[in-house]
Write a protein that binds this ligand. Structure first.
Ligand code: PRP
Ligand code: MN
Ligand code: MG
Length: 179
C-alpha cells in the first residue's frame, strides 16, 4: 500500500492540527445553536470521527450515503441517495461534513436536498478544497485547506475503495491509476 504513494502531502500531525482548528471555530460558531453534523459516506468518515471529537458544544450526528449513476457521474451531476438520514431536520442547524470538495456536484446535490427539508440553517464543512476542478458554483463555509489538482488518497479518501485507512494524505503514483 505504501509503495503506491509518490509523496506524503499532509502528515497525520498536520491533519490533526487543521481538524483542531476547525473544531474550535465550529464550537465557537455553534455554541447557541442546535448542531447536527451530517457526514457524507464514505470519504468523510475519518475526518468526521476526528472533527466531532474536536467540537466542545452539544451536537448530534447522522450519516448519509450518495452515489453517482454510471461512469459519467461527475460530469452528468446525477446523484442518488443510497442511505438517507435518520433524523428529521426541522429545528436543526446542519453542518454537512465532507472530505473533499472537487467538482461540487455531490455537495450541491446534498445541499439542495437537505434545504428542501426545512432545517433552521445549513453550512458546509470540507477538509479539502480543490477549487481548480469546480464545475458548480459552490463554496464551503469551513475549509481545512486547499489542495492541488493531484490524485490524493488517505484519511478517508480512496482510489478504487483503497487507501482510506492511511493515517496521512499522500499523492498516488500515476502508474497506480494508469495516469
Ligand atoms: C468523493 C468525495 C466527495 C466527492 C467530491 O466521494 O468523498 O464526496 O467525491 O467530488 P465532487 O465535488 O466532484 O462531487 P465519492 O463519490 O468518491 O464517494 P466516497 O466518499 O464513497 O469515496
Ligand atoms: Mn464522498
Ligand atoms: Mg471516492
Amino acid at each position: 500500500m505504501l509503495n503506491d504513494i509518490k509523496e506524503v502531502l499532509f502528515s497525520e500531525e498536520y491533519l490533526a492540527n487543521i481538524v483542531q482548528r476547525m473544531g474550535k471555530q465550529i464550537s465557537e460558531d455553534y455554541k447557541d445553536k442546535n448542531l447536527l453534523m451530517v457526514s457524507v459516506l464514505k470519504g468523510s468518515v475519518v475526518f468526521m470521527a476526528d472533527l466531532m471529537r474536536a467540537i466542545s458544544v452539544p451536537c448530534r450526528v447522522d450519516f448519509m450515503s450518495v452515489s453517482s449513476y454510471g461512469s459519467g457521474v461527475k460530469t452528468s451531476g446525477v446523484v442518488k441517495i443510497v442511505k438517507d438520514l435518520d433524523i428529521p431536520l426541522a429545528g436543526y442547524d446542519l453542518l454537512v461534513v465532507e472530505d473533499i470538495l472537487d467538482s461540487g456536484m455531490t455537495l450541491s446535490y446534498i445541499l439542495e436536498l437537505l434545504q428542501s427539508r426545512g432545517p433552521r440553517s445549513i453550512r458546509l464543512c470540507t477538509l479539502f478544497d480543490k477549487p481548480e476542478r469546480r464545475t458548480v458554483d459552490i463554496t464551503a463555509d469551513y475549509v481545512g485547506t486547499t489542495v492541488p489538482d493531484a490524485f490524493i488518497v488517505g484519511y478517508g479518501l480512496d482510489y478504487d475503495e483503497k487507501y482510506r485507512n492511511l493515517p496521512f494524505v499522500g499523492i498516488l503514483k500515476p502508474e497506480v491509476y494508469g495516469g
